[in-house]
Design a binder for this molecule. Structure first.
Ligand code: 6OG
Length: 158
């Protein structure tokens, strides 16, 4: 039986740049990523997205400014867990990004996104995110550095 766990992943954007965080510990350590984590039992997904963003880089966003732009499903060979990741983007937010125990935030120009230091799947779906297109992707990993198979598609609605 596969255990499904829901996660959030939030990207803040402006005209020129996207905010990424270098994960300092735990799953995905030393990789740049958006901000997010596990949705707690009984917690609404949007509440979790707002909470994780605040906890990880001290930025504030209102729920109605979060656009659910993607859904990513990750499985790992030999593991009974499916990570069901709800991806959000926002262009309205408040605060200055601050380093926390979890993340080191940094703004990146769109042509300088550090894909070589990110999850392998990111370069496959970032084009959708950056063009503001809705997407669904499913990736099956062997370990953390090899994708055995994947599908990705643009969606008309989430
Ligand atoms: P915590 O364990 O820190 O939540 N996540 C992934 N993000 C990308 N870009 N690629 C992956 O490929 C990912 N797997 C998980 C979901 C983990 C955070 O990392 C995201 C969460 O935002 C395998 O609580």
């Amino acid at each position: 039986m596969i255990l499904n766990k829901v996660y959030t992943l939030v990207f803040l954007r402006n005209e020129q740049q996207i905010l990424l965080g270098l994960k300092k510990r735990g799953f995905g350590v030393n990789k740049w990523n958006g901000f997010g984590g596990k949705v707690e039992p009984k917690e609404e997904i949007l509440d979790a997205a707002v909470r994780e963003l605040k906890e990880e880089c001290c930025m504030s966003v209102r729920k109605h400014n979060l656009k659910n732009i993607g859904n990513l499903q990750f499985t790992f060979e030999g593991e009974a867990l499916m990570m069901d990741v709800r991806v959000f983007s926002a262009t309205s937010f408040v605060g200055d990004p601050e380093e926390t125990e979890e993340m080191l935030p940094k703004w990146f120009d769109y042509d300088k996104i550090p894909f070589e230091d990110m999850w392998l799947d990111d370069k496959l779906w970032f084009p959708y995110l950056l063009k503001d297109k809705l997407f669904y992707g499913r990736f099956h990993y062997q370990g953390y550095d090899k994708i055995l198979n994947y599908t990705i598609q643009e969606l008309n609605s989430m």
